[in-house]
Design a protein around this ligand. Sequence first.
Ligand code: BG6
Length: 471
Amino acid sequence: SSTVAPFPEGFLWGGATAANQIEGAYAEGGKGLSIQDVMPKGLMTPRTEGPTDDNLKQVAIDFYHRYAEDIALFAEMGFKTFRFSIAWSRIFPLGDEAEPNEEGLAFYDRVLDELEKHGIEPLVTISHYETPLHLAERYDGWVNRDLIGFYERYVRTLFSRYGHRVTYWLTFNEINSVLHAPFMSGGINTPKDQLSQSDLYQAVHHELVASALATKIARELAPSAQIGCMVLAMPTYPLTPDPDDVMAALTTDRSNLAFGDIHVRGEYPGYYLRHLREAGVELTITDEDRALLKEHTVDFVSFSYYVSICETTDPTKRVTGEGNIFPGVKNPTLQASEWGWQIDPVGLRYVLNTFWDRWQKPLFIVENGLGAKDQLVEVDGQKTVVDDYRIAYLNDHLVQVGEAIADGVDVMGFTPWGCIDLVSASTAQLSKRYGFIYVDRDDDGTGTLERYRKKSFGWYRDVIASRGATL
Ligand code: BG6
């Protein structure tokens, strides 16, 4: 049993997903194409010309038709919240039209009805790696300032329609990942090796302004809404105590921390401006942009956490290790998942403490978990997965969340990634499973799409019910 004190009353226990990774129905209900429809292999290969049949996301796990059954399973685990994203191209199929697609809006009304029925708080990501494809092809995505206006129209539509029933909103999933995956994260069609630093950082600026604008609009249209930024947290440790390594680790860390700094403090930090100067980047920033950033900072900071990395200036010591979206220097003290992601529960306590010390904003862990190959077996006549490895991973991480809470950090909630199996973002596999619920579908697209409770399903239900006492 646990040494951790009970998690706070009102702690938002739940799970997290994204539209393109669960919904399927990629061409139903008036939905337009998104960038995901030309990424059949995720980040593993360049985009395709158009949609191809080998794209598992075309059907994904068919949440579009099975949401009621899935939400009932979440309720059975005792979820207090469910994180999902709205597919931008369901609401604005091309992205630049004047009027939204009513059928797309109605779908999310039904999802929200179902959540309400079970008393589950929605946690909505406005943009999660699914920019309408037309915006990528016609405008080069966020490189173009016009995207701010299209995003504004989209968020106005969302806040007017759902603002009275959704409290928690995230403006951009893992906003810092655009520096590494410009097409997936920023809808930037120019191939990464041809993209200039100026265009890339200008795209970042446009997203940051759009995020601030969303906060401003929420204050008008949905006054009870809480707006969060969402960053990919991957803490960087110095590989050795050599002061040069310590400084190098800080520099790498700041390339990620800058995004939280700007969302929370409303201005560009000095180290970031120096980086731009030295890269020869001159941003176009209007006075209005500056005012927007300064006046409309976020209510809370949310983040994903899977791995930590190291940094060193010594090329002979540099061994590359896998990270989430982008790699780092491998930590010799840690074990890794089957996909090479190094497992570091203490890193989560470290992130929570450093973010809290830095920003003093409530923190929400909106992704964490272990991608692993599962085997469906029969136990007492029931099909299930005996996923003790997943239970161990999540248990160890939650113990560290408990430690951070004891340290005085304000933690709003915990929504582990892929609470139901879904299609991976980086590799587009279904066999990289994160869920408490197994979905019968394989990498070749075969399977019944039936859902089965894994062993971790009962484990998580007990953790929630006991507020962490069973950890
Ligand atoms: C995050 C993304 O990068 O990590 C998710 O926000 C993604 O969309 C998750 O699925 C896990 O990564 P992967 O590559 O294992 O799916």
